[in-house]
Design a protein around this ligand. Structure first.
Ligand code: MV4
Length: 448
């Protein structure tokens, strides 16, 4: 096992990794920008290194600085958390060359799944359902239009280097196609320095359901059930839950086995997530693979009782998975609300000083946060200040528990999205499980 790990991240996820290390008896090194000198991840780690100024590009994305910090502190491994360098194949490669274990998949896996057109091809070859679409990237508008006609409108044009919604264009009919195709290519070029786009049949009201997988370095791969992530806005998830109301044991097994098939086909290792779109007939299609631990991993932990971050560290150290597929049992229901320092109506950021902070407690409550009373939220990073996670026996009980916990959560000095969560939890469609990725659009167009 590693003796010392450097955590190349900040905020709640840095704390989450430090906690896992402490329980495994591993010493920790925090890295931080000048803006984060008073952060809890710095305080809770055994050692800390300032890696640069406030701007992420100069600190949390500064590869030479982070590698130097690992070298001077004798850290044997780096946990990247999510965001920042977590899905940067060259960072994984540099770690490897420097003799530092990157706690995650290989640089090759990250690179392959980062190209969404190649990821789609990979899933197809592994026998996993993908949406009807183009064979790889399309360069000429005319042949692209031919494909679109074959698929039937509406279609969606996606950037190969995209993901998370960037560089996508929905095309409702033939008359819009030429313009959308050229726009998608130039947007992709501007955003990713790569103009490659591909085409898929568009699903109008899909659910976003993803499967957590975990793989060791000996070829064992298991699935840990699904997360329902349809409640999102502008590709930012707001609420996630496990299990999904529409996934029963047999569908879970089918989706899980498909997720494992994708991972096996690329000799995947460590934690990963296969995202699926599900249509109204409950048919599912591969969408993307995320090659990191995700923000919403706690809901899976709550229903499986498995510590995913500890397991990431164990398998990176060469250990065999500590459980088999048969050991994994989904118990109860878990919901996570991401609480952001934002105006709950307009979603504009609300940085500043938290003047009062009192997280909820009691049975079935988990709060993942790096905030505290008098903490100053810097304007440089993302606006998530806490994840509130509940676990209960049934979905109805979990919703009640979340409402109770949101009522208890005191955050003063900045605006937060707590009122938005309270409204969603009171919504009849949400409560009945009648949700899709269009939920928030519908929700915010309703009179209040
Ligand atoms: C789609 C789709 C409908 N049909 N692909 C959004 C993010 C990127 N990963 C892919 N996305 C979508 N791809 C087809 N063929 C709808 C979306 C989509 C979406 C997906 C998941 C969660 C929220 C979403 C919001 C808008 C669009």
């Amino acid at each position: 096992m590693f003796k010392k790990i450097l955590i190349a991240n900040r905020g709640e996820i840095a704390l989450r990794v430090i906690r896992a290390c402490k329980e495994l008896g591993i010493r920790t090194v925090a890295v931080h920008s000048t803006a984060d000198a008073n952060s809890l991840h710095v305080r809770f780690a055994d050692q800390s290194v300032c890696i640069g100024p406030a701007k992420s590009a100069d600190s949390y994305l500064n590869v030479p600085s982070i590698i130097s910090a690992a070298e001077i502190t004798d850290a044997e491994a780096i946990h990247p958390g999510y965001g920042f360098l977590a899905e940067n194949p060259s960072f994984a490669e540099v770690c490897h060359s420097a003799g530092i274990k990157f706690i995650g998949p290989s640089a090759d896996s990250i690179k392959l799944m980062g190209d969404k057109a190649k990821a789609r091809e990979t899933a197809l070859k592994a026998g996993v359902p993908v949406l009807p679409g183009s064979d790889g990237v399309m360069r000429e508008e005319e042949s692209a239009l031919d494909i679109a006609r074959e698929l039937g409108f509406p279609v969606i044009i996606k950037a190969a280097a995209g993901g998370g919604g960037k560089g996508m264009r929905v095309v409702m009919d033939e008359t819009e196609f030429a313009n959308a195709f050229i726009m998608a290519q130039s947007e992709a070029l501007a955003a990713f320095a790569n103009a490659d786009v591909y085409i898929e049949k568009y699903i109008t009201q899909p659910r976003h359901i993803e499967i957590q997988i975990m793989a060791d370095e000996k070829g064992n791969i298991v699935y840990l059930g699904e997360r329902e992530c349809s409640i999102q806005r502008r590709h930012q998830k707001l609420i996630e839950e496990a299990p999904s109301v529409i996934v029963d044991a047999s569908l879970r097994k089918r989706m899980g086995e498909m997720a494992v098939a994708v991972a096996k086909s690329v000799k995947y290792r460590n934690a990963g997530t296969i995202e699926f779109l599900m249509d109204e007939d409950h048919k599912f299609y591969f969408m993307e693979m995320n090659t990191r631990i995700q923000v919403e991993h706690p809901v899976t932990e709550m229903v499986t009782g498995i510590d995913l971050v500890k397991e990431q560290i164990r398998v990176a150290a060469g250990q065999t998975l500590s459980f088999t597929q048969d050991d994994i049992v989904i118990k109860g229901h878990s919901i996570e609300c991401r609480i952001n320092a934002e105006c709950p109506e307009k979603f504009t950021p609300s940085p500043g000083t938290i003047t009062a902070f009192n997280p909820p407690g009691g049975p079935g409550i988990r709060v993942e946060t790096a905030a505290y009373t008098q903490y100053v939220i810097p304007p440089y990073y993302d606006s998530m200040i806490a994840k509130l996670i509940v676990h209960a026996e049934t979905r109805a009980d979990a919703i009640q528990r979340m409402r109770r916990a949101l009522d208890e959560f005191i955050i003063e000095g900045v605006k937060t999205t707590i009122p938005m969560h309270q409204k969603i939890l009171d919504d009849a469609d949400f409560r009945s499980g009648n949700i899709s990725t269009k939920f928030m659009e519908r929700y915010y167009s309703q009179p209040k």
